[in-house]
Design a protein around this ligand. Structure first.
Ligand code: SF4
Ligand code: SF4
Length: 402
């Protein structure tokens, strides 16, 4: 009997799963009516990001129309869009691809989150508002039950609410946030990596892979997320955006919010670190030029300005990107603004000759809303601060491989 060689069966592509409930589901997250989109490509022609991809953004719309949920959630391009709104103006069917992309990102955040909280925050605005208020009240009551004496001569805020309690609660909140963030990012990275055919070994498996990943990391975090390079370049190339005074341009205002938020987080962490090292107890009076205090003041001013302009622009629907708003948009802006303004007002109150009672209450509001803002970060729009760099990492990786 002779052995016969059976030719290898041709590889069968994995079947594409279609989810016919995808589009109605996206509509719950605020997706515009894309049923009339006939893939004409006008949005692609106008989008500043589509030079190297002749199917963006209409491909994302197509995924939604036919129910390709896995493709949608594994799409790195979804996060490249910075909602400039140019495509919305040119669409002949008023499908508003810009707003559709924003709604799809909300849906993606809710899908990567396994707790269901993000879904509630986006699809049940009344319950989300009640939850947000209840959480702030809970944090305020929790801090207040441990309060000490209210010094009437100097604003001794950490004698009133012990710094140890704030630090311990802050650490607990950070642990929850990091765990929720890791689950979400893991879920997203798996979906995008599978779709892009990027394995762990392609990212970390050799020196060349590590070098490539390092470059992609620098491009996504350093150049694009912190430096706002693409955002800035496209803003400066858009005549409508250029007509806005430089101090109101979207990229600058967005950058001020990002830098302000990160600066405040860094100042809080450094202050805690100095207390741990025994260099400076939390609450010890220091001059304005003391580095950690200076960082906190500059970051606070940056966040106050950025959040205020964002609120005014959204209220006035001042540009194409903020023509429609959700409760979640307002909630995030409100939290950012309250944290920034109360923090800044406490800084000023510390210079006043006597200790104003309102300074203590403002401090309580500040601590409660800051804890709430950080705790809700993975379940709100703020989560894009992590998902976007991950997606841009894959974009940069694909560019270096090409
Ligand atoms: S969203 Fe509008 S512009 Fe874009 S392909 Fe569809 S119909 Fe054309
Ligand atoms: S909003 Fe701007 S970046 Fe996003 S798809 Fe439309 S044109 Fe492109």
């Amino acid at each position: 009997m002779t052995a016969t060689t059976v030719p290898a069966a041709p590889a069968v592509p994995a079947p594409v799963r279609l989810d016919l409930g995808l589009y109605p589901e996206l509509q719950r997250f605020g997706a515009t009516d894309i049923s009339a989109c006939f893939s004409c490509g006008t949005c692609t022609a106008i989008c500043p990001l589509s030079q190297s991809d002749g199917t963006f953004p209409r491909r994302i719309i197509r995924y939604a129309q036919v129910g390709m949920k896995d493709a949608l959630l594994g799409s790195k391009e979804l996060w490249s869009c910075y909602q400039c709104g140019e495509c919305a103006e040119s669409c002949p069917t008023q499908a508003d691809p810009s707003e559709f992309m924003a709604a799809t990102r909300r849906y993606a955040i809710a899908s990567y989150d396994k707790t269901g909280l993000a879904r509630t925050m986006y699809t049940r605005p009344v319950l989300a508002t009640i939850l947000a208020v209840a959480l702030a009240v809970f944090f305020a009551a929790f801090m207040y039950q441990a309060h000490g004496p209210m010094n009437g001569e100097t604003l001794a805020i950490f004698d009133w609410i012990p710094s140890e309690l704030i630090h311990t609660t802050g650490i607990l909140v950070m642990v929850i946030v990091v765990l929720a963030g890791l689950v979400g990012v893991g879920s997203m990275a798996r979906a995008v990596g599978r779709r892009e055919g990027v394995s762990w070994s392609a990212v970390l498996g050799s020196r060349a892979a590590l070098r490539r990943s390092g470059r992609a990391l620098w491009s996504s975090i350093g150049r694009e997320s912190l430096g706002q390079t693409v955002f800035r370049a496209e803003c400066d190339a858009d005549p409508v955006a250029m007509a806005v005074p430089w101090y109101r341009r979207r990229w600058l205002v967005h950058a001020l919010v990002v830098w302000g938020f990160l600066g405040l987080l860094a100042a809080t962490g450094l202050d805690y670190g100095l207390a741990l090292l025994g260099v400076k107890e939390t609450g010890t009076p220091v001059p304005l030029w003391y580095p950690v205090r200076l960082l906190g003041t500059v970051a606070g001013a940056s966040l106050v300005y950025g959040a205020t302009v964002l609120i005014i622009d959204r209220y006035r629907a001042a540009n194409r990107s903020v023509r429609s708003s959700t409760v979640a948009d307002w909630m995030l802006l409100a939290l950012l603004w309250v944290v920034a303004v109360t923090g800044f007002a406490i800084e000023l109150a510390l210079y006043l000759p006597s200790a104003p009672t309102w300074g203590y209450w403002l401090f309580l509001v500040h601590v409660a809303t800051a804890l709430e803002l950080v705790l809700l970060a993975p379940f709100m729009k703020l989560a894009h601060a992590v998902y976007r760099p991950v997606a841009l990492f894959f974009v940069a990786l694909a560019r270096t491989e090409a």
